[in-house]
Design a protein around this ligand. Structure first.
Ligand SMILES: Cc1cc2nc3c(=O)[nH]c(=O)nc-3n(C[C@H](O)[C@H](O)[C@H](O)COP(=O)(O)OP(=O)(O)OC[C@H]3O[C@@H](n4cnc5c(N)ncnc54)[C@H](O)[C@@H]3O)c2cc1C
Length: 325
């Protein structure tokens, strides 16, 4: 009961970054428990042995459609019932939440979701989850034979330890009736998601809750366009969690770290978790209605005012100068 089973998602022949982060965290947690991290890969083409570099001591590989929850639940339930694992860990995202919840129901196990830290205290497995708009941390103790932990997407860093290949075992499992009725038809790219290369952008126009709603991201996109192809749109955790913009654009502790020549923070308060992802920018411009917003403590230039009025004016001024395009 000291091992940790980690689901690793193969997305179009590549292992998903959040899954690799979960595997690294699983290996760390297994070390605390005195056991090993094992990876479960259901479907896909990526070379499974390479997961040894991220801490997997063993990999179970099963056939089936990648990215569909039911086969993951069937395969992992079989492994969990062997009684070797203290918990099953998922990297988050829609699939992680769906498969994690279904696995908990199948096993009658406890579950903690949106987890940002794990550990062992007084011999008990605990998971931390931010609550109340991320202002507090709740600690969840997973008692019982095994627990299910679903990480907050991107919460754990994928650490390539440079270790050797892991042994790979082919796993046979009996698909349940629902698993045979589901197939993946198409992966859709989120708006601004795959193309938003904010890490390489020279200018990042980032939006926060001060935008007031998802439609106002059009103002950030308009300004980024006015800067030209080297500009991209970023976002805070608060707005990606609210579904206003894709996770791929999130800047901060659990998102991406950026260091563009210019970072424009529109309607962003400047909490520490956001700051750590953008403080290395060459110049920072903030637009905020609240002159006492923390972001003004580390900006090069601050505009106290309504972003809905200021962003279109900045875009118009750039277009008039003929910059960018
Ligand atoms: C473990 C953990 C990890 C986290 N990771 C991240 C992360 O990676 N990235 C991240 O961003 N956050 C992260 N957070 C969340 C972070 O603590 C903040 O909650 C979040 O950054 C706040 O987002 P915001 O600035 O968009 O919203 P708010 O804090 O609500 O700020 C909105 C701002 O908009 C201003 N405003 C309102 N209306 C207007 C207007 N019309 N014009 C101009 N300004 C206006 C307001 O004055 C306010 O300052 C994390 C939290 C935890 C606990």
């Amino acid at each position: 009961m000291a091992d940790v089973l980690v689901h690793v998602l193969d997305h179009d022949g590549q292992f998903n970054k959040s899954s690799l982060g979960a595997l690294s965290e699983g290996a760390r947690l297994a070390g605390e428990l005195g056991g090993e991290a094992h990876a479960a890969v259901i479907g896909g083409q990526a070379p499974c042995a390479a997961l040894g570099r991220y801490g997997a001591a063993r990999v179970y590989r099963a056939g089936g459609p990648a990215g569909v929850a039911q086969p993951v639940v069937d395969a992992m339930a079989g492994l969990m019932r062997e009684g070797r694992f203290a918990c099953a860990l998922f990297g988050g995202g829609l699939l992680g939440h769906e498969a994690g919840a279904a696995l908990a129901a199948r096993l009658g196990a406890g579950i903690a979701v949106e987890v940002t830290a794990t550990g062992v205290r007084a011999g008990r497995l605990v998971a931390e989850r931010p609550v109340l708009g991320d202002s507090q941390i709740s600690e969840i103790e997973l008692s019982g034979p095994a627990g299910i932990i679903v990480a907050r997407i991107g919460a754990f860093e994928a650490l390539d330890r440079g270790a050797g290949d892991a042994p790979v075992e082919d796993l046979a499992f009996e698909p349940s009736a629902p698993a045979t009725r589901v197939r993946m038809i198409e992966h859709g790219a989120q708006r601004g998601g795959e193309e938003a290369d904010i890490e390489a952008a020279e200018v990042v126009v980032a939006g926060g809750r001060g935008l007031g709603g998802p439609e106002a991201f059009a103002l950030c996109e308009e300004l980024a366009r006015a800067f030209g192809p080297a500009a991209a749109v970023g976002a805070t955790r608060a707005v990606v969690d609210a579904g206003w913009y894709p996770y791929a654009a999130q800047v901060g502790q659990t998102g991406k770290t950026v260091a563009p020549k210019l970072y424009i923070a529109a309607g962003i308060s400047g909490q520490i978790q956001h700051k750590v992802g953008m403080q290395g920018s060459e110049s920072i411009l903030a637009i905020n209605t609240d002159a006492r917003a923390p972001i003004f403590e580390f900006t090069d230039l601050g505009i106290v005012g309504d972003l809905h009025r200021i962003l279109p004016r900045l875009a118009a001024a750039l277009r008039a100068r003929g910059d960018g395009r």
